[in-house]
Design a protein around this ligand. Sequence first.
Ligand code: ATP
Ligand code: MG
Length: 199
Amino acid sequence: MTQKRRLGIMGGTFDPIHHGHLVAASEVAHFFSLDEVVFVPTGISAHKEGAKVVAAEDRYLMAVIATASNPRFSVSRIDIDRPGATYTVDTLRDMREIQGPDTDLFFITGADALEKMLTWHDTDELFELAHFIGVTRPGHRLADPGLPDGRVSLMEVPALSISSTECRERVGSGEPIWYLVPDGIVQYINKRGLYRGAA
Ligand code: ATP
Ligand code: MG
């Protein structure tokens, strides 16, 4: 019997993608022996509705630019091409169908997002569709995760206190984001004039 392929899924707004996302994906891929990690930018995030988010196409292209040099990273359009708000259960159902039965899915998410997940609907189905890996980041410790046994793993990644919010605010107030995001992202944000009015 051949071993199943192990596919990581990293969902996010990626507004913009930064080195925190990339380090988390790389660390999880290493420790969980993943064959590939696919970054899935949200359409309209169900949890960020009403928030101002740059165009899906820009967020998608930035994810492509940031991951282009890593042969084990890819980007999927499934969430941005699906009309309406993005729910993780739809992402996982679609990915399950695309990948077929020979692939195991590992959904990678920050511990902050994982805590919110407990308030989502359909959590039973979520845990059937994928194994969940919660990465802890600075300032977000899981007090009592209360998550189902065996379906969720928690993992610490090197403390990178980078957030997209901080990157947007920095661009808005003219501060540098060099080295917080890949060089190509700094250049793309400048070229497209993104986040200038953010601060
Ligand atoms: P925002 O500040 O707009 O909320 P963000 O930096 O949290 O943006 P998201 O696109 O919301 O970025 O995050 C996508 C996923 O990556 C989430 O699961 C989030 O918890 C995780 N994540 C974000 N930043 C980091 C980081 N520095 N280290 C590890 N995981 C992170
Ligand atoms: Mg966030």
